[in-house]
Design a protein around this ligand. Structure first.
Ligand code: DAH
Length: 356
């Protein structure tokens, strides 16, 4: 038969042991085990001993019950306290682990950069801007009229074969294809002259398209910079002077420039322009990778604007003359940076692009 002193003794013992054990609890799992051991509804030591109070006389049960409830309240409040303590210890630890050392040097963010063709294009236009040229841009989807007709290349003209053209699926009333992806930036010459009277000094950077298989030196789309100057008394000497200055600014002050006769329907006379090789200094070293032994590098076409082209755009060719030039930006970038395959530019390989 259970007696009151027995129960009181056990209560006292539970209280002492539980409080001492709780002191050593250091994590949630241990705390939960402690709770089940003492306060668990089915097997908790306090629960069991309280169940045994039923065996006492009513009188004793009341006074023992008061004591039991005190112990229970004490353990519960200690449990709540410990729960709080563990929680704030966890917070403190997280704050400690994630703390910022504001004295550490910052991490440099990875910056993007301009594409090498954009950089080269800007370098080219900057050179002409420094000589008083303005920069304008034009449409990439162009009319046959401007891409060819206004440049003295009518339908059926053999010079159209120089430009393998990507046509748009669109025909005019006569059933002729009349829209295309511009094959060069030259159509802007006609557009500009039509829209303004001289003096004109412009450069036109832009993307052009050719219906062509790609290889190390050909892309089906690439970039050109066109130039046009129209005024009274403009001569071939002005063209030469302008392109000399350009060559020096972009390829170095020692450069020499060579002009040789060439044919483009929209200029007369027409020339191809070459600079002496900046890699072997014009020596034409047989193993030079840049000029391949010739000592010269062709960099653009140019010429005096054909009188017919001036006339068609509404400019009096008896009063005005002009010069024009056009160059491929990829070619110039390849020369400058010693790149031997044009396809790298549009391959989007970050290892290539990061070099610039
Ligand atoms: N448009 C020509 C081409 O793409 C390049 C060119 C040659 C432009 C002579 C000119 C020029 O302005 O005068 O091949």
């Amino acid at each position: 038969m259970t007696t009151a002193p027995e129960i009181l003794g056990t209560l006292h013992n539970i209280r002492t042991v539980a409080v001492a054990e709780l002191d050593g609890v250091e994590d949630d799992a241990a705390l939960e085990a402690w709770r089940i051991a003492y306060l668990g509804r089915r097997e908790g030591r306090l629960t069991l001993i309280m169940r045994r109070m039923a065996e006492l006389e009513a009188e004793e049960r009341r006074s023992v019950g008061v004591q039991a409830n005190d112990v229970k309240a004490l353990l519960e409040s200690q449990l709540a306290e410990k729960t709080e303590a563990l929680k704030s210890a966890k917070l403190a630890q997280a704050a400690q682990e994630g703390r910022l050392d504001v004295t550490l040097p910052g991490r440099r963010p990875a910056l993007g950069r301009l594409h090498p063709i954009t950089q080269t294009m800007r370098e080219i236009t900057r050179a002409f801007i420094s000589m008083g040229f303005q920069v304008v841009e034009g449409p990439e989807v162009e009319l046959d009229h401007y891409n060819f007709g206004m440049l003295n290349i009518p339908r059926g003209h053999p010079a159209r074969d120089m430009f393998d053209t990507l046509w748009l699926d669109h025909t005019n009333a006569e059933g002729e294809r009349e829209m295309l992806l511009r094959t060069h930036t030259s159509p802007m010459q006609a557009r500009i002259m039509e829209a303004t009277q001289p003096p004109v000094r412009v450069v036109v950077p832009g993307r052009v398209y050719r219906f062509e298989a790609t290889d190390a030196t050909h892309e089906w789309h690439f970039t050109q910079v066109e130039g046009l100057a129209v005024d009274r008394g403009i001569t071939f000497a002005n063209l030469k002077g302008t392109l000399y200055e350009f060559a020096r600014l972009v390829f170095g002050s020692e450069r020499r420039v060579r002009f040789r006769c060439d044919f483009f329907p929209f200029v007369e006379p027409g020339v191809d322009v070459a600079i002496d090789c900046f890699s072997c200094d014009g020596a034409g070293a047989p193993d030079c990778r840049i000029c391949r032994g010739s000592g010269w590098i062709e960099i653009m076409g140019a010429g005096m604007v054909h009188p017919r082209v001036l006339e068609m755009s509404g400019i009096d060719h008896t009063e005005y003359t002009g010069f024009a030039f056009g160059m491929g930006v990829e070619r110039i970038a390849m020369l400058k940076y010693g790149i031997d395959d044009i396809r790298y530019f549009y391959g989007n390989d970050a290892r290539f692009l990061r070099q610039f």
